[in-house]
Design a protein around this ligand. Structure first.
Ligand SMILES: *Cc1c(COP(=O)(O)O)cnc(C)c1O
Length: 394
């Protein structure tokens, strides 16, 4: 199989797996226990926290281990909203194409009387700073804008957004789940108050993530119980996962540049070759995007059929995000960048990793045009386009 769905999840690296194993039957103590096993676990836990903190250049006390990106996003928004409410501020600014962990949490906040402004992301999938400046008001308590989009990979001007938030004394949170390990993420330099990270997107295990939260924002108690995570998130720590995350992050950051160069080269090759297919279009900014992300629409076909046929050819790809597949609604991300419904339906997302090879990309380049042609032959929409009864949209 050729796995090109790394935006959905990644393989655990050999180094990470090896690092995790002793925590199942050797260092299995509960970090809250007083005996030798417990104290050793505690040491390893705090050591992991320090290592992660130094990797992103922050204080260890600002690192909270969570169950992943979704939890970190929920916790960040709930905390910022509670803090805002105390000051009588109930306005949030975000974008139209956030991950559902953000969008659905904000929907709940709207029900609770918060006002949410959704900034447009335009055809290139990037916000305009003037739009953000215009929307900020006395009432704004939180700006939450994703670092890099999970479907089209476009990267936001995070440092500039951070400056605007700082000038206006507004909490700035970013979902950096797709960005970390792919592009440099520096919370201090970028004026980020809160940051969400998930290990399984950079060759770590599933079910573990980080919420970075600086001391300006009081995190509320997310899970009541024991005193873990500074008393704010109870539950015996999943040390195997936490160590896995730490090693995965170390590995990703140590090889960031070489992986990024390789993936960018392979990505551009896919862009060059796949856009030779007539009536195709790259979605999102071509340059200002993650090295691993390819997203292309082909007119006259259904993305789901394309994915199924590619799977039969031994290629794992996706159309839109894994979270929304299964529903037949077109991707909210592709609609947000202005694609008409029928074009949004015919999209292909290929997400590369450090394990992706030249040979694999050659196979994909040979396979996709054939499959697109095959599907177009069976497509009533394509038939009408060919007969001139419908106008081409791309
Ligand atoms: C995968 C993903 C999440 C969710 O992370 P989990 O660890 O799976 O909960 C959140 N945001 C973005 C941008 C993602 O890509």
């Amino acid at each position: 199989m050729i796995y090109l769905d790394n935006g959905a999840t990644t393989k655990v690296s050999a180094k990470v797996k090896k690092a995790m194993l002793p925590y199942f039957d050797l260092y299995y103590g509960n970090a809250s226990s007083l005996h030798e096993y417990g104290q050793r676990a505690k040491e390893h836990l705090e050591n992991a926290r320090k290592r992660v903190a130094s990797l992103i250049g922050v204080d260890a006390s600002a690192i909270y281990f969570t169950s992943g990106g979704s939890e970190s996003d929920n916790w960040a928004i709930e905390s910022a909203c509670k803090f805002g409410e105390l000051k009588g501020k109930k306005h949030i600014i975000t974008t139209t194409f956030e991950h559902h962990a953000i969008l659905n949490t904000l929907k709940e906040k709207e029900k609770q009387g918060f006002k949410v402004t959704y900034l447009p992301v335009y055809e290139n999938g990037i916000i305009k700073l003037e739009d953000l400046k215009k929307e900020i008001c006395q009432d704004t308590c939180l700006v939450t804008i994703m670092f890099a989009n999970n479907e089209i990979g476009t990267i936001q001007p995070i440092k500039e957004i951070g400056e605007i938030c700082k000038e206006n004394n507004i909490i700035f949170h970013s979902d950096a789940v797709q960005a970390i390990g792919q592009v440099p993420v520096n919370p201090i330099e970028m004026n980020l108050d809160m940051l969400s990270i998930s290990a399984h997107k950079f060759h770590g295990p599933k079910g573990v993530g980080i919420l970075y939260c600086n001391k300006k924002i009081p995190l509320f108690n997310f899970i009541n119980g024991g005193a873990q995570e500074q008393g704010k998130r109870a539950g015996t720590e999943n040390l195997a996962n936490i160590v896995g995350l730490t090693v995965a992050l170390e590995e990703a950051l140590a090889h960031l540049q070489e992986n990024s160069l390789k993936e960018t080269r392979l990505r551009n090759k896919l862009f060059d070759e796949l856009t030779k297919i007539p009536h195709s279009k790259i979605n999102g900014d071509k340059v200002n995007r993650l090295p691993c992300n390819v997203n292309i629409s082909f007119e006259g076909i259904e993305g789901e059929s394309l994915i199924l046929l590619l799977s039969e050819e031994g290629i794992c790809a996706s159309s839109g995000s894994a979270c929304t597949s299964g529903s037949l609604d077109p991707s909210h991300v592709l609609l947000a960048i202005g694609l008409p419904h029928e074009i949004a339906h015919g999209s292909l997302r290929l997400t590369l990793s450090k394990y992706t090879t030249d040979e694999e990309i050659e196979k994909v380049i040979a396979c996709v045009p054939k499959v697109v042609e095959q599907l177009r032959k069976l497509s009533p929409v394509w038939y009408e386009l060919e007969k001139g009864r419908r106008n081409h949209l791309i």
